[in-house]
Ligand binder design. Structure first.
Ligand code: FE
Ligand code: CA
Length: 541
């Protein structure tokens, strides 16, 4: 363990810190007293931590051109409640321009409080745009390894190039995270996570047939309350490959259903939920959202209750504008569902699916998307979201639609596609997760018309580890009925590398060769290039 030496914890002239959440005032006072400022608030001596509290690694996220959120959580006994005393603990942090941590750009002391699971979200500000930084946390005798992050270019800059990872669906017991080892080795500028960061229960509790898919042990029972959701995050975040991917680049994260419960919409649980009534489901959602906030490097206040607005924009200069969407929290309940269908979620659309008031994004988020696209001068306009937008036609007529996807909400999808068609935003690209399989396709205003002009492109990421299950059937039948689908593959777990410049968007699907082994090789599944310009469709290279 390297010594902290005599370097002061805080160098006030270089430090511009802003703490998030309810701890801001206390943390500020603590930091001042450490930094030689006011002595009026003398914190009590920290509890002595006998064991390494940094078992969950570190992370960074929501980078802007002058700041990035640095994350960690103290949890010496990760999957059994964290193991921390019920006390506030001061944690030092520093961010430097070099990986030897010699040139500190900002530093401070943050307060980890039991109410927030001893998690930390430090908004490290005053940074220079468009460059890498390195950071670490320390408390008592313990410190984290040094991790890499990065700032975005200035909003009015015109960067030439962005290289980022696109991931989703990391069911812990369904496979090892070899995909994350490969992603970390690629050292991208940014990682976009489209949801299903955790699953709310182990596969052994997910119903018949799922046990057979278990590749590694998940000893943490289904989560219904805050403590149990924390334990599930702690299980996942204990994985060294996931930690390596967090330690290499900042992340931009949204959630899908499994961060709360399979296929939930707004205040409606899944069909056979143990939290079936609205009140108990919303209590569960509040716990799940708080645990998500506690474990994800996001720049937002901690939730207080069952609501948490997470849709937001991130810009990589004028090259890419990311709109990070939430397709779960505001969605109209699925009224056409058929829990007895042989393929889960698939069935005919009922009249309710066509009602104009049905929504996936909710009224406010839908208006926000239109505003953001209308006001964008970015070369590429990305919707980073969860569920498949392109139509999956299983059969002629109305027999079979995946009702949990945008296919279950045709009126809402028509509005989204008209927004894309009417907007001046150039080169829309949708990034999707959820379905544990790889899809490349065009977005058109009439998916059944082979001559329809593409308004945009959708890349669907395979699961990092989640099994593909019934999706194999979709891959067998959907492309033949769907002229806009360029490619579909459901046999591999993996991730997607997008290499974006001002003339073209180049994509490589990275496939795990054997998801049942931790150090599996990972190889190229397919590569694509998408030129800029209206009506452009990706070409396989
Ligand atoms: Fe999933
Ligand atoms: Ca999902």
């Amino acid at each position: 363990m390297p010594s902290r030496g005599r370097r002061p914890l805080v160098r006030p002239e270089l430090t511009r810190r802003r703490f998030l959440g309810a701890t801001a005032a206390a943390a500020f006072l603590a930091a001042c007293s450490r930094g030689g400022g006011s002595d009026s608030a003398s914190p009590s001596p920290p509890p002595r931590l006998e064991n390494d509290p940094f078992t969950l690694g570190v992370a960074s996220g929501d980078p802007s051109s002058d700041s990035v959120v640095l994350w960690t959580r103290l949890a010496p006994v990760p999957i059994e409640g964290g193991g921390m005393p019920a006390e506030d603990v001061e944690v030092g942090w520093e961010i430097a321009t070099d990986d030897a941590m010699g040139d500190i750009a900002a530093s401070g002391v943050a307060l980890a409080v039991p109410e927030l699971g001893h998690s930390l979200h430090v908004d490290a500000g005053g940074l220079d745009p468009d460059r890498p930084y390195w950071y670490r946390f320390f408390t008592g005798d313990w410190e984290t390894p040094v991790a890499r992050t990065r700032t975005m270019p200035a909003p009015d800059a015109s960067p030439e190039h962005l290289r980022f990872g696109h991931v989703s669906c990391q069911n812990y017991d369904a496979a090892f995270y070899a995909a994350y080892a490969d992603l970390a080795a690629h050292g991208p500028d940014l990682i976009v996570h489209c949801g299903d960061y955790i699953y709310e229960r182990p596969s052994t509790e997910a119903g018949e047939g799922f046990e057979e898919l278990v590749v590694r042990d998940d000893p943490v029972p289904e989560a219904f309350d805050l403590g149990a959701y924390r334990n599930r995050y702690a299980l996942y975040k204990g994985d060294s490959n996931l930690q390596a991917a967090h330690a290499v680049a900042p992340w931009l994260v949204t959630w899908d259903d499994h961060e709360v419960e399979n296929n939930y919409t707004a205040d409606s649980p899944e069909a056979d939920s143990e939290t079936a009534d609205r009140e108990s489901f919303l209590e569960r959602r509040a716990a799940a959202y708080q645990a998500w906030w506690e474990h994800i490097p996001v720049r937002m206040e901690a939730p207080d209750g069952p609501d948490l607005a997470i849709y937001r924009r991130a810009s990589f200069g004028d090259l890419v504008r990311f709109l990070v969407l939430d397709t779960r929290q505001y969605r109209t309940p699925q009224e056409c569902g058929n829990p007895d269908a042989p393929i889960g979620d698939v069935g005919p659309r009922c009249d309710a699916a066509f009602a104009p008031e049905t929504t996936v994004l909710g009224v406010d988020q839908e208006a926000w998307v239109a505003d953001e696209l209308g006001g964008s001068s970015a070369v590429w306009n990305v919707l980073a979201q969860q569920i498949v937008v392109q139509q999956w036609r299983f059969a002629p007529g109305n027999a079979a639609w995946n009702l949990d996807q945008w296919d279950g909400y045709p009126a809402a999808r028509d509005r989204l596609l008209s927004t894309l068609a009417d907007s001046d935003a150039t080169n829309p690209v949708v990034l999707t997760g959820d379905v544990h399989s790889s899809w490349v396709g065009g977005l058109t205003e009439d998916f059944d018309d082979p001559d329809a002009v593409a308004l945009g492109t959708e890349f669907v990421a395979p699961g990092i580890s989640s099994d593909n299950g019934a999706v194999n059937i979709a891959v067998d039948v959907v492309p033949g009925n769907s002229p806009h689908v360029a490619w579909a593959e459901a046999m591999h777990r993996g991730w997607v590398l997008h290499d974006v410049n001002r003339d073209a968007w180049n994509t490589e699907y990275r496939f795990v060769d054997d998801a049942t082994v931790e150090d599996s090789s990972v190889s190229t599944g397919s590569t694509w290039t998408l030129p800029t310009g209206h009506g452009a469709v990706p070409t396989r290279t």
